[in-house]
Design a protein around this ligand. Structure first.
Ligand code: 400
Length: 273
């Protein structure tokens, strides 16, 4: 595990995509012939945006996670100018491109994905990790069609926060004792947004201006278009997740028991079309 990787350990192939601060390439680890995705980030850009600590946290968190719907991080290394993350290769690419191509997903496909994500989030929250950035752009599709949560750049260990919270509660002002804005309920809200976007092809509070989107979110101005047709059960689940009071959002284990999920999600967690 403590192997010190170097770039020459890999034969770097075609670029797979790009994201914040860098690109990701198909690569083959020469000794094992293992195919991986090599994410290359530029130190200059990381420094400029002061996200080095975030990247360290991403590596620390993702390297310890083991779940079929969470992209593995096998290791990392760096050189003078770049940081390299050795990631699991998701062979069917980016979910958002598939969603754009299909316009919107069927209820079976959507429910199968939402169930996988709920299971992955239950696992994450069990480890005191909240992702905080669950959206189509951060979801990849594995070779069997299974969903993989990628890019833990914004995830945090609630543990640390709770430790500071648990220390000396007495001296904390009310607003600090109040829910930290990032408790794990944020991921349930994001799952509701994702469910809506899978079924309708657009997120529920989309608007031309950011200020309008903000207003619609805080008001939870949830509207269900007449087209495409979406079952009342699906709308019921979405309505139970997109609730302003975070404590009243449907808990993740209840999401898995919801009739729409039970009736539509493929038990294997894989959508085979
Ligand atoms: C989620 C963004 C994040 N990405 C990762 O970490 C990523 C990690 C990771 N592992 N495997 C990937 N696979 C692909 O990117 C991929 C893309 C297209 C593919 N196909 C094209 C169409 N064809 C018909 C089928 C095959 C197949 C695999 C990616 S992306 C990121 C963040 C910052 C910088 C770079 C990348």
């Amino acid at each position: 595990e403590e192997k010190r990787w170097v770039l020459s350990d890999f034969e770097v192939g075609k670029p797979l995509g790009r994201g914040k601060f860098g690109h990701v390439y198909l690569a083959r680890e020469k000794r094992s012939n293992q195919i991986v995705a090599l994410k290359v980030l530029f130190k200059s850009q990381l420094k400029q945006s002061q996200v080095e600590h975030q990247l360290r946290r991403e590596v620390e968190i993702q390297s310890h996670l083991r779940h079929p719907n969470i992209l593995r991080l096998y290791g990392y290394f760096y050189d003078q100018t770049r940081v390299y993350l050795i990631l699991e290769y998701a062979a069917k690419g980016e979910l958002y491109k598939e969603l754009t191509r299909c316009k919107h997903f069927s209820e079976r496909r959507s429910a199968t994905y939402i169930a996988s994500l709920a299971r992955a989030l239950i696992y994450l929250h069990g480890k005191h990790v909240i992702h905080r950035d669950i959206k189509p752009e951060n979801l990849l599709i594995g070779v069997q069609g299974e969903l993989k949560i990628a890019d833990f750049g914004w995830s945090v260990h609630t543990f640390n926060r709770r430790r500071t919270m648990c220390g000396t509660l007495d001296y904390l002002p009310p607003e600090m004792v109040e829910k930290t804005e990032h408790d794990y309920h944020v991921d349930i809200w994001s799952l509701g947004i994702l469910c809506y976007e899978f079924l309708y092809g657009v997120p529920p509070f989309e608007a031309k201006e950011h200020s309008e989107t903000y207003r619609r979110i805080v008001k939870v101005d949830l509207k269900f278009p007449l087209k495409p047709f979406v079952s009342p059960a699906a709308k019921d689940l979405i309505s139970q997740m997109l609730v302003k009071n975070s404590a009243h959002r449907l808990p993740l284990h209840k999401v898995l028991e919801h009739p729409w999920i039970v009736q539509n999600a493929d038990p294997s967690g894989v959508y085979r079309g």
